[in-house]
Design a protein around this ligand. Sequence first.
Ligand code: FES
Length: 575
Amino acid sequence: MPSRDPKSSLRSYRWYGPDDLRSFGHRSRAASMGCTQADYAGKPVIAIINTWGDINPCHSHLRERAQNVKSGIWQAGGFPVEMPAFTLGETFQKPSTMMYRNLLAMETEELLRSYPADGCVLMGGCDKTTPALLMGAISMNLPAIYLPAGPMLRGNWRGEILGSGSDVMKYWAERRAGNIDLQAWAQIEDGIARSAGTCMTMGTASTMTSIAEVMGFSLPGASSIPAVDSNHAKMANACGRRIVEMVWEGLKPRDMLSDKSFDNAIAALLGLGGSTNAVIHLVALAGRAGIRLSLDRFDEFSRKTPMLANLRPSGKYLMEDFYYAGGLSALLRALAPHLDLSCMTVTGKTLGENIANAEIFNKDVIRAAENPVLKSGGLAILYGNLAPNGAVIKASAAETRLLKHAGRAVVFDSYNEMNARIDDPALDVDENSVLVLRNAGPKGAPGMPEWGNLPIPQKLLKAGVRDMVRVSDARMSGTNYGACVLHVSPESFVGGPLALLKERDVIELDVAARQLNMRVNADELAARRASWRPKQGIYPRGYGKLFMEHIKQADEGCDFDFLEGTGAIPEPEIH
Ligand code: FES
């Protein structure tokens, strides 16, 4: 219970409490919305940062869920204030939601700073929303709890289970190969997304909501509950109740975060067979907490951490199955030897205490440590003369034969060029070629879109080829699969070595040795560098210009340089 004078210890008191002209204005305008002093005086004001939007199917239920959150806040003696924030709808937003992750992070931080918030409930789930909300909350460092939107129901087509993204790519390849007709394709379109909620494979959304939970930002089990399950509404209510307690306890994001909680996030990422995008987001989140997270830490954990979740795209099942099998808590318990269980969480208890009673109910969906889906090595960080600052491959989602491979490069300078040429019967390509896309990175695309799983050329699809080595400075959807080397850094647009590659140069990939090289000697590379000329950016003004001037490279987390760190920003004066 409150141990401090509630009137003056709350941050919101500065807005509502004093007997002065400004506070009069705040109270009178609260009254104009039907609020009496009994609603808010001496109570924690809880900002509900809601990323609902008509254009965002993953969050379409969040308006309704905000009511459950509000009920919980009222029940616990708080005052709820819902604040709509930028909705990052992965499927609709162009050129890429990654272009806007940092903008939502800024908006979250500044909403919390500029209004009388004592704590917040963050509502989201679509890919970039989770890191964005958490980045903003870590920077603002007010008590915060994350309510994940939850995955949608399993897809269905003619009785067959469909998974977001993964099965789109699978059946699109079959359609391009001529094995699926238009009628079947239309049925898949109607059956693959059956409810509100995020993609229900272990794509970026479920990876990041699970990571939010393992880092302590969500109540136990929250990230696994399907969006339309009644338990999701109950979880929303519980978030509302708990955040009020957290305000009185003074439990803030940076009290929970340490090197160990980031190690736990990496272990969970690997245990889940999660998305490569998490590598970028975790580096950025760490930067907001003043922690330097190197790519090598991911590789170190990958060498020893088993993949225990049998979920698409690396495994067989979907998030709904994962929930019924015990969800994240059960997986974390099985993964416990790889976790630091002493890390603090929003419950006010440690991670270990939160998962102590978790059980696995289906041992094929969540494997025991002695029967993993993959013993280790789910992700690999590659270096070499093509990626001096690193690149990432999700080895678990690639055909094993391609993990050591050499082939001639087929180089596309832009997405449009690739689109125009990839299915040309005259394209000089065979199954051993390496497809390369450049100018697809943070600045080059711009916004580092998910173009990294370049399509297999149609003539090879028809010949039965379903995977090839692909290399780019782009990202890849967490729902996709294939031998795709991603996040090559520095990117080609800023003159990274990928920019110097020529058609038919030989590229060597050796995942076991963690190497990615082009077989071009140093003298030749120096000559090519001397004749390389940078391209011009496309934004003369506006947010795009700010983005181009401040975005960092993939290995550094793609945050804006001026948002990193923990430098204290003064509270706004109230005049
Ligand atoms: Fe929103 Fe996949 S499109 S989670």
